[in-house]
Design a protein. Structure first.
Lengths: 331, 131
């Protein structure tokens, strides 16, 4: 295993959505929080924390760059959505979809981002049309690979074919894998929430154990019914079906097309590990593969604990960043 | 995702058209993790004390602009921003009686990458603010 690497630490402001939603943190507070953790890369979701998008003023962008300088951080990735169902009863035309993607490319460029996270529903042929604009603005387009999608999924493979097509600006097309595709266990914050909602603990624990053994989930559902499970317990089976796990070494096959990484997590434990995603296995693979981009913290536990706890996203991100430092040899 | 925050704790009150009490209003937020163009808000179902309010009697005011639910669906520029409290007004002559009422609110959102309509739900018992 290589001992030196060029992996950088960042945070997606998605992590602070609970506090932003409740107006406990402003956009500037979120940027400052990244800096405080020594995470120099800031990933943003304009549609979440930049009200008025896509019609943002020059003053907004000026302010943004002042913050980047003030907190000594750098913009990394803009998260793009494609509202192809904007018009009721019809999908956007190709021209409309392309315009929407170009709009986001221009926004990312103005923020100073090098990468765009492309939402997975974006059709491959639209990205092929958008690639020249990505090149013009020097912003790479990375399709998010988020469970239940994975590298071998038919839809992702179609994207990959377009990226490999001769004559396209393929160096501007790639992937943003979400580490939720290496989910070894069902997140405990999710199973506990299901139990609080009324699911029977023994059945939920049976389902979690079956997932960890990679058992056939249709058979698990039958077994759950035999155990007396109803809609709540079968709902947990459905949730588990949307998880994905494969050996993180799969990342090595796509390393030259990985522009950015969503370091998804649900629960950082007191011992400095994540409950469901084995970063101890993931990060050595990224080092071995020579990954040079950002590991961008993406905390998603808030929605599963907000019914019983006040959410402390900053503490969760702090713990994940501490884990990154340890695994990256910074500590 | 943010279902428990859909109905805001403040802002529940009767409203007057200048002559008489014409209805009541409360503040609500979308449960989704980003703002959304309002054309993708397919419905905002409201129940008061178990009684469903007709869709036609509901108005939504976002940053000073007021829409019927039908008008929301054909407005392609405006957005209901993330965490933004919108004011929901229910046209109901006489409004509501003083005291506590149970509000149930269920926004239906058309999210482009989901193969189903995302429906959020929240229910809260709130005390009508005195006029």
């Amino acid at each position: 295993m290589a001992t030196t690497h060029r992996i950088k630490r960042g945070v997606s402001l998605y992590s602070f959505q609970e506090e932003f939603f409740l107006r406990k943190m402003t956009l500037e507070d979120c940027v400052a929080a990244c800096a405080k953790l020594g995470a120099r890369g800031v990933e943003t979701i304009a549609e979440q924390m930049m009200p008025g998008f896509p019609k943002l003023s020059d003053a907004f962008y000026d302010q943004w760059h002042e913050w980047m300088a003030k907190y000594n951080v750098t913009p990394t990735c803009h998260d793009l959505f494609l509202d192809m169902k904007k018009y009721k009863g019809r999908l956007m035309t190709d021209a409309e979809m392309l315009q929407s993607v170009i709009r986001d490319i221009k926004h990312a460029h103005r923020l100073g981002c090098q990468v765009i996270r492309v939402i997975v529903n974006t059709p491959p042929h639209i990205l092929a049309l958008a690639a020249p604009y990505a090149e013009q603005y020097n912003v790479k387009l990375g399709v998010e690979i988020h469970a239940p999608f994975h590298f071998d999924h038919e839809h992702i493979q179609r994207h990959y074919e377009v990226m490999l097509r001769p004559g396209s600006q393929h160096e501007y097309l790639g992937f943003v894998p979400d580490m939720g595709t290496f989910e070894k266990r069902f997140p405990r914050v999710r199973s506990e929430r299901a139990i609080r909602n009324g699911a029977k603990r023994e059945i939920v624990e049976f389902i979690c154990a079956a997932y960890e053994r990679r058992e056939d989930l249709d058979q698990v559902a039958e077994r759950v019914k035999q155990m007396g499970g109803g809609p709540l317990e079968l709902g947990v089976v459905q949730d588990v079906k949307r998880l994905y796990y494969e050996n993180p070494r799969r990342l090595l096959d796509f390393m030259d097309r990985i522009f950015h990484i969503h370091a998804k997590f649900y629960e950082m434990l007191d011992d400095g590990t994540e409950y469901s995603i084995p970063y101890e296995d993931v990060i050595p693979v990224l080092i071995e593969g020579g990954y040079k981009g950002y590991l961008s913290s993406e905390y998603e536990g808030n929605r599963h604990i907000q019914d019983v706890h006040e959410v402390d996203s900053f503490e969760q991100v702090r713990r994940q960043q501490a884990m990154f430092k340890r695994l990256l040899g910074e500590a | 995702m943010f279902d428990k925050y859909i109905i805001c704790e403040d802002g529940f009150q009767n409203v007057s058209d200048g002559q008489q009490i014409s209805g009541f209003q409360f503040k609500a937020r979308l449960p989704y993790y980003r703002g959304l163009g309002v054309s993708m808000v397919e419905d905002l179902a409201v129940k008061v004390d178990g009684q469903a309010i007709p869709r036609e009697a509901i108005r939504v005011t976002l940053h000073g602009r007021t829409y019927t639910l039908a008008e929301l669906e054909t407005e392609y520029e405006d957005r209901w921003e993330f965490g933004e409290p919108g004011t929901v007004t229910v046209m109901k002559p006489g409004g509501l009686s003083a005291g506590a009422h149970t509000l149930e609110v269920a926004p239906s959102l058309r999210i482009s990458y989901l193969p189903f309509i995302l429906v959020g739900t929240d229910a809260k018992e709130l005390k009508l603010a005195s006029a």
